[in-house]
Design a binder for this molecule. Structure first.
Ligand code: SDX
Length: 429
């Protein structure tokens, strides 16, 4: 793993003493000050709310250059993977570090096919959820529930066959997600059909009804592969950092993924894709007046934010949003869908990108801005959009959990704090 200490040093002057700290340089030239000895040598800690400036680990999985809008998985540009790969191959790449050869690919694909069903007793869990339950709540609970039936990873330190857990998660998460959709619309669960591709099987479980034949549309299958590839990893984002945090305590992989799903649900993170469509619908109901909405999003006194815009790392156009915007046009043309919300999204983007408020803050469309329009065109409801994000992000979460488990420097993640509460006082007796 790269990230070598160089001869460059950082010198801190504290209380008249000089503290020398090593500088780490990554394989793409990123530089970080290694503060792992700071408290021991100076008594000081650092403070960085939201970890805006803080690296939590070295990692070789995903590279982002936010200023230039670059995203690569294991060195491959996202544009090339989106154009040439599929989600199963990209998942293998993220988790194992290299593209699979034909034998590795076939073995991985067959294993994912083999593990598509869930334990039959798990079906009854769905009867306990209200039909109005948010599918992210169901997905997190059901993924955690997998660990009660599949106990091979209960003690990760003793588990010498992590591939079994990986394939169970990647394969069954589709079934869990599709079953939650069927539950919400009162249709019977549709079992996997392992003669279909990874994405084709998901579409089959989502949209087939027992009374009629169902044929997977190759263009929709292609669009879904693209969307899942684009969501597959994004270095130390909130949900991936959550998976790593839980995993650092030696929690099993199923439970760590359930934690990642809950973090992704938040509207500042993966929940934004659902919030984008809700905002576009509100604008549509208000005669499509985007300028009034943009005004609200700029107003510090309003809690409104332009969802699907802005990013902690990208201070340029999110490369994923560019690809999704083009794929959106292709998919809607193929399906013959005229979605008024797409026109509103385009107008919103144009107004915002020419407004100094957004320009000055480097706020551009992110991965969530157009993805919901595609999911909607496929027939996936708003509240399932973040579930789709979770299906895509799963190989990334798994890759980071595995990388951390294999890191000799790995230890439990336990941030410090600066205490600002009451000084010592006695209990009134
Ligand atoms: C994802 O980290 C990842 O990699 C995440 C992700 C992944 O693949 O895992 O890329 C997926 O989560 C994408 C982001 C989805 N979230 C949204 O679209 C929600 C809307 N966006 C914002 O909430 C915000 O931009 C964040 C949360 C994405 C980033 O927040 P930051 O980095 O903490 O930035 P900030 O809140 O400090 O904002 C800086 C300034 C502020 O204004 P000032 O105080 O400087 O005057 O920009 C403003 C903010 O008010 N701002 C926005 C805005 N986003 C930031 N103003 C209006 N609308 C917005 N969307």
């Amino acid at each position: 793993m790269d990230g070598q200490t160089t001869s460059e040093k950082a010198i801190l002057k504290l209380d008249g003493q000089e503290v020398e700290l090593p500088v780490i340089t990554g394989s793409e030239g990123e530089k970080g000050i290694d503060i792992s000895t700071l408290r021991k040598t100076s008594g000081y800690i650092t403070l960085d709310p939201g970890y805006v400036n803080t690296g939590m680990t070295r990692s070789s999985i995903c590279f982002i250059n936010g200023e230039e809008g670059i995203l690569r998985y294991r060195g491959y540009p996202i544009e090339q993977l989106a154009a040439n790969s599929n989600f199963v191959e990209t998942s293998y790449l993220l988790i194992h570090g290299e593209l699979p050869n034909p034998e590795e690919y076939e073995r991985f694909r067959q294993s994912l096919r083999h593990h598509s069903m869930i334990h039959e007793d798990m079906r009854h869990f769905y009867e306990g959820f209200p039909s109005s339950a948010h599918p992210m709540a169901i997905l997190s609970a059901m993924v955690l529930g997998l660990s009660t039936f599949y106990t091979e990873n209960d003690d990760p330190e003793q588990d010498d066959n992590i591939d079994l857990t990986v394939c169970r998660l990647l394969s069954k998460v589709r079934t869990l997600a599709a079953f939650s959709f069927k539950k919400s619309i009162g249709q019977p669960f549709v079992y996997p059909d392992n003669s279909l591709s990874y994405c084709g099987n998901f579409l089959h479980m989502m949209f087939r009804v027992p009374a009629e034949p169902y044929h997977v549309d190759p263009e929709v299958e292609r669009a879904l592969n693209l969307l899942l590839i684009l969501h597959a990893d994004h270095e130390q984002n909130c949900s991936t950092a959550t998976v790593r945090m839980a995993g650092s305590a030696m929690t099993n992989l199923y439970a760590c993924i359930a934690a990642g799903i809950t973090a992704l649900w938040g509207s500042r993170h993966g929940g934004a894709n659902q919030a984008v469509l809700e905002q576009l619908a509100i604008i549509h109901e208000n005669d499509g007046d985007v300028s009034r909405f943009v005004k609200l999003a700029k107003d510090k006194n309003s809690s409104v934010r332009l969802m699907g815009f802005g990013h902690r790392v990208y201070k340029n156009y999110d490369p994923r949003a560019k690809i999704i915007k083009e794929a959106c046009d292709r998919l809607l043309d193929h399906l013959g869908v005229q979605d008024p919300l797409l026109e509103i999204a385009r107008k919103l983007e144009e107004v915002a990108l020419n407004d100094s408020y957004f320009i000055d803050r480097n706020l551009y469309p992110n991965v969530d801005f157009y993805s919901g329009i595609m999911y909607r065109a496929i027939g996936i409801p708003n509240d399932m959009f973040t579930v789709m994000f979770a299906l895509g992000r799963l190989p990334g979460w798994i890759a980071h959990w595995t990388e951390m488990r294999q890191d000799p420097d790995d230890r439990i993640h336990r941030p410090r704090q600066i205490y600002t509460g009451a000084r010592l006082r006695d209990y009134p007796v």
